[in-house]
Ligand binder design. Sequence first.
Ligand code: BGO
Length: 274
Amino acid sequence: MGIKIALAGNPNCGKTTMFNALTGANQYVGNWPGVTVEKKEGKLKGKRKNDDIIVTDLPGIYSLSPYTLEEVVSRDYILNDDPDVIIDLVDATNIERNLYLTTQLIETGVPVVIALNMTDLLEKRGIKIDTKRLSMLLDCPIVETSALKQTGLDALVETAIKVANKKEVDLPREIFSKEMEAAVADVKGVLPDTISEDKKRWYAVKFLENDSKVVESMNLSAAAKAAVDKDRKELETKHDDDMESIVTDERYKFIQKIVETTVKKGKDKLTTSD
Ligand code: BGO
């Protein structure tokens, strides 16, 4: 059976360059159903040629919120079209911002491999990244790449295939504060069993956020709704903020915490020694 790879990432992370390097002229360009957002699919070319592997280029996005067509197209594909693996392109020179999407992708239950792209620019920019540690903290494989210079692509494809072929399902990593994780666990507990275990985290967070698309797409029982509302209200009252902002804050706190011990910016050092 074939393998479906989804390419995801922020605008300008090098996704088009990567997609072209992987698939070359072996591409089919159309539209996502019902919307005028371009959809590109292709098969691996050249020495990595493999007709059993389809790469789908998702639109460049910063988040999986329900507010833009690009975000909705991407999340619908990830949640409903059963890709075997997501390759998440992260611009290594802009890592904090790029990891915001990563924190959401790893929540979908679809296995993620990070392509830490633009690594050819790191030395010049004085940035050092402890990839091994970052991989451990995010609980997902990371391959250093340069889509422009076409380095790391073999390792990336190999890792993606390995992850796609893995039999057992890993549940998404917990990244929030204790109180937020408690609310997520609570909501997971009231979700219907039609949602598979690996996807429950995504739905729990979305129900807590009161995400319009998710709420519209799924009818919860009155008791489940009441439980979600209670958890949401408690957190909103405690933080004196709306749930979406609380979740965004929690994501950035997690990112800050892991970046602190894995990314060094040489510029900081230069300023202090001057
Ligand atoms: C221009 N390394 C480096 N150094 N650059 C890369 C890499 C990489 O690994 N990957 C991509 N780029 P897109 P999205 C450009 O176009 O693939 C560069 O939005 C320029 N153009 O070449 O388009 C890539 O699809 C003039 O750069 O990204 C491109 O995700 C001057 O990153 C840019 C300098 O890549 C965005 C750069 C006329």
